[in-house]
Design a protein around this ligand. Sequence first.
Ligand code: SR1
Ligand code: MG
Length: 440
Amino acid sequence: MRDRLALGCQLTGMVLIMNLYKNFVALNVDTLAGRLKDLAVLQDQVGADHKAWRVREVGDGNLNLVFIVQGPNGAAVVKQALPYVRLVGDSWPLPLKRSFFEYHALTRQSKRDFGMTPKIFSFDEKQAMIVMEFLTPHIILRKALIDGREIPELPNKLGCFLARTLFRGSDLCMDTKLRKADLALFSDNVALCDITESLVFSDPYYNSKLNRHTSPQLDEIVAQLRADRDLKVAAQRLKHIFANMPETLIHGDLHTGSIMVTDHDVRVIDPEFAFYGPMAFDVGMLLANFWMSYFSQRGHDGATPRNSMRSYLLKTIVEIWDHFRNEFSKLWHIERTGILYQRQLFEDQNDALGSAQALDQFLHGIWVDMLGFAGVEIHRRILGLAHNADFELIADPDVRAACETKALKLGRHLAVNRAQIQSMADINALAERLEKEIVS
Ligand code: SR1
Ligand code: MG
């Protein structure tokens, strides 16, 4: 009986979703202006005469369409989800509802750390389409790092973004009724969680069909990692935490391709993977991408080796973590208004030491899990389906494999030994030793 009821509810849900998206049609460069010509916000940004609009499709991510619309008044971005994974094709269907989660995550992140996300002009749920600010002259952070550009603002902006969004979306701060309602809202982002659960935590560690790696150069280390029992257990423990720790609203895909920069500005984009998960996931994924950038620099060395870029990247990792800790601690003291670690138990009883002890313990938990998440993120970008340009753009497969091997070793250390790792200085010292190793 209960099974039939559950099936009934599931079918009703599917019918509602099919109805919601029944008029969905993907945009293209030829149809966009005609279809969106009456959208007031777009007219405001771009110009009233849609015949003067120029439209380019620039999506280089794995999932969506991204258009830049330019006209006499200025420009805007139109982002539309597709009902499948763009990277793979229509053999891998993916719910359009991810656009709804992206929109709701952006509105929350913008309140929690104002100015760090693009401005949103409109959201059309039925067309899974968000119209947002065209960020210029911003470029994707990953590209800036591949080009060897040092961006001074990163540590402060990213450390604070992590602390503010993660703290303010949790039961440390939010009204718990609102948080639980939000938890329910985002709990339907199942398909995107499933991508992470498979692609990050499982596929890299067995011979999954979707995997690929630089072969034959990496074959030996890949076989070793897939036979590494401690590593597999660590990855599954991390998956357990990811799937079962709805601590706060996380971005869910916070890599250097989800950040846009100029020399003076930093913006976080693309939170379609948002859901209530562990704080440490966003922190770990972000830092992992800086470590990967570090190991990839050798493949982008020009006539002058990129020593200063390498030092900059390690310093940036240390500083992001420091800014995150400092900002999180500040919020702990002034915005701890939620149901967790209430002031009544500590400060109000003159027990500031108790509050400090709880904060230390909380941050230590994030530290340990963050290192593990960083380790598996590194592995999946080298062994799984979704690689990153930092390594992919290294044309010589021997050089690429050497860079990747070093990153894989650091990833293994982070995932397996995370509870014993004492400091960023220790990790970066290991990274420097690995970087200098000759890989044959
Ligand atoms: C099938 S999607 C592959 C990857 O692209 C996204 O950016 C996420 O990182 C995801 O894991
Ligand atoms: Mg993305």
